[in-house]
Design a binder for this molecule. Structure first.
Ligand SMILES: Cc1cc2nc3c(=O)[nH]c(=O)nc-3n(C[C@H](O)[C@H](O)[C@H](O)COP(=O)(O)OP(=O)(O)OC[C@H]3O[C@@H](n4cnc5c(N)ncnc54)[C@H](O)[C@@H]3O)c2cc1C
Ligand code: SF4
Length: 513
């Protein structure tokens, strides 16, 4: 009789690391690995084709690596006739066949999935051993300890604690270079000539046979989902991810800081890392990404302003949003502090709008499954905030369209940072601006039928109209907000007739007129 299976190690689509905590103590003679491609992970939100393809193709490459490492693997493919719809249903069925004595899992990226798998384990009467994920510098418990007793949370304080604790960019107990933050030297826009012809392009990873197979499956099975696969070239293995990291720190990191907030049409990557998907799939660890960036700074090849600005995104924001997620779920997902109730305009799924900045950001998103942070925060996110879209719908859109979207990182960024739906837990004020902000960061207004400086009339920029409408709608709420005082004072000077014109125009925008 075959030996009973001691442990079934569950590996989810965003846990693709042979050294993950779930493999600690793995014994191929007694243990096995379980992976499953199930439709629900692509349909619980209307996942874009690039996002589904990244997950499926990366999982299939990881399955090869697992087999090569000699670990017994039970892998369910989406195109097998008997594959169940959900992870929970598939696991339940496989437990019945494989009869493991215990389940082991690294903390997943999604509260919903953890609940579902825990419920299966309970029903089967099996222990589910949950291991903390080593692909972060901190654990949810570390964040809870940091948050305990504080009146307000700010990323900057958490980040400084982590700089000290992990000795990142530190020099004899002091921040390297003397300052914690060099953003005053960052955040430039390109001149009228743009980023120039020598803009370094990130490496492209042309689909191999395994990836092409996954792409065909996505086209066949999810062809009605948003997004396109023609230019698909994401890193999908650890070796490719390391190559992408190396190219980034050598070629683009030096100018990451200055052009972090710039937008240029037709140039989706600019000086950004394009590493979020690899990090979130766990093909890379944040420790090695931070170490690679720090080494360039210390070698004098990257200015401290760029290096620190980049490291802050990973050691600061990435850890901070995860802490918020795991310490605030599930209530966090319900937040709607500004009582926003409108539906997401349908053109978010097609890019079919006259607003040049939104058309550019959404088209690029559908083509590549990528937009950089300022496009997400200050174009698509800003418009939804000013328009008053229900936060749950904004969340579903962001979770669907980006190849790096996993709920632990997407939700706090969307609900908290971008929509202020958590009432100011993530961001100290709502990120609001008129079309003039976009015209400073990009040349897009020049090719748009609207004018960023006009708030009413035929050519008024919808961002600008809705910005003033937002201030009018929330004048009382933010009257005493220290960081919005200037904007609120500005709206107090607007007379009754002009207020009416702004409101009428905002109503027309929402009605699609
Ligand atoms: C509304 C909204 C939704 C977002 N959804 C996601 C998401 O689903 N997945 C995701 O990984 N990031 C998300 N972000 C954060 C950020 O926009 C992306 O991490 C970044 O654009 C990825 O591109 P990049 O790798 O070129 O990053 P860079 O700009 O080069 O930054 C380097 C790395 O820092 C990390 N990082 C940067 N900003 C953040 C942040 N705010 N929160 C957490 N990590 C950060 C990422 O790992 C990123 O790869 C979102 C931001 C907003 C405003
Ligand atoms: S004018 Fe307004 S809508 Fe047009 S590109 Fe500029 S900010 Fe966007």
């Amino acid at each position: 009789m075959a030996e009973p299976l001691r442990q079934l190690v569950l590996v989810l689509g965003d846990q693709l690391d042979l050294d993950a905590a779930a493999f600690d103590g793995f014994d191929p003679t007694q243990d096995a690995v379980w992976m499953a491609e199930v439709a629900e992970e692509s349909t619980h939100v209307w996942s874009s084709q690039p996002r589904i393809a990244v997950f499926l193709a990366a999982m299939r490459h990881f399955a090869v690596a697992l087999r090569q490492s000699g670990r017994p693997l039970h892998y369910r493919r989406l195109d097998e006739a008997t594959t169940r719809e959900s992870l929970a249903a598939q696991l339940q069925a496989d437990i019945a066949t494989l009869q493991p004595q215990a389940l082991v899992l690294t903390r997943p990226g999604d509260w919903r999935v953890l609940q579902a798998l825990q419920a299966v384990a309970t029903k089967a009467g099996l222990p589910l051993v949950l291991r903390e994920d080593r692909h972060f510098f901190t654990t949810p418990a570390d964040f809870a300890a940091h948050a305990r007793g504080r009146k307000g949370l700010r990323m900057e304080y958490f980040y400084r604690e982590l700089r000290k604790r992990f000795g990142v960019l530190m020099d004899a107990g002091q921040p390297l270079g003397g300052d914690w933050n060099y953003d005053a030297e960052n955040r430039e826009a390109f001149g009228p000539a743009g980023p120039g012809f020598d803009l370094p392009q990130p490496p492209r990873f042309e689909p191999d046979a395994l990836t092409r197979e996954a792409i065909s499956l996505v086209r066949e099975r999810f062809g009605s989902h948003p997004g396109r696969l023609d230019s698909f070239a994401w890193p999908l293995t650890r070796a490719q991810a390391l190559q992408a990291l190396d190219a980034f720190v050598r070629e683009r990191l030096p100018l990451f800081g200055p052009y972090q907030d710039a937008i240029w049409p037709g140039e989706p990557w600019l000086y950004h890392a394009q590493l979020s998907a690899a990090l979130n799939l766990k093909l890379l660890t944040p420790h090695e990404v931070v170490a690679a960036a720090e080494a360039e700074v210390r070698a004098g090849r990257v200015p401290i302003a760029s290096g620190e600005g980049f490291i802050r995104q990973i050691l600061g924001w990435r850890e901070y949003v995860r802490g918020i997620y795991w310490t605030r779920m599930p209530a966090y997902a319900e937040g709607n502090a500004l009582d926003a109730r409108h539906d997401l305009p349908g053109w978010y799924w097609t890019g079919d709008t006259d607003m040049a900045c939104l058309r550019d950001a959404i088209t690029q998103t559908l083509d590549h499954g990528y937009a950089h942070h300022i496009q997400r925060l200050m174009v698509t996110g800003l418009f939804a905030l000013l328009y008053g879209v229900e936060p749950a719908q904004v969340h579903a859109w962001y979770l669907s369209v980006y190849v790096d979207a996993v709920e632990w990182v997407e939700l706090p960024n969307t609900l908290g940072m971008s929509q202020y739906a958590d009432g100011g837990l993530m961001a100290s004020k709502p990120y609001i601006a008129s079309g003039k902000y976009i015209s400073r960061q990009s040349p897009l207004c020049g090719s748009c039928r609207y004018r960023p400086e006009e708030r009413v009339g035929e050519r008024a920029c919808p961002f600008t109209t809705l910005y003033w409408d937002f201030l009018l709608r929330h004048e009382q709420r933010f009257a005493d907000h220290p960081r919005l005082a200037l904007q609120v004072r500005g709206v107090a000077r607007v007379g009754d007739a002009e207020r009416e014109r702004i409101r009428t125009q905002a109503v027309a925008i929402r009605a699609g007129r």
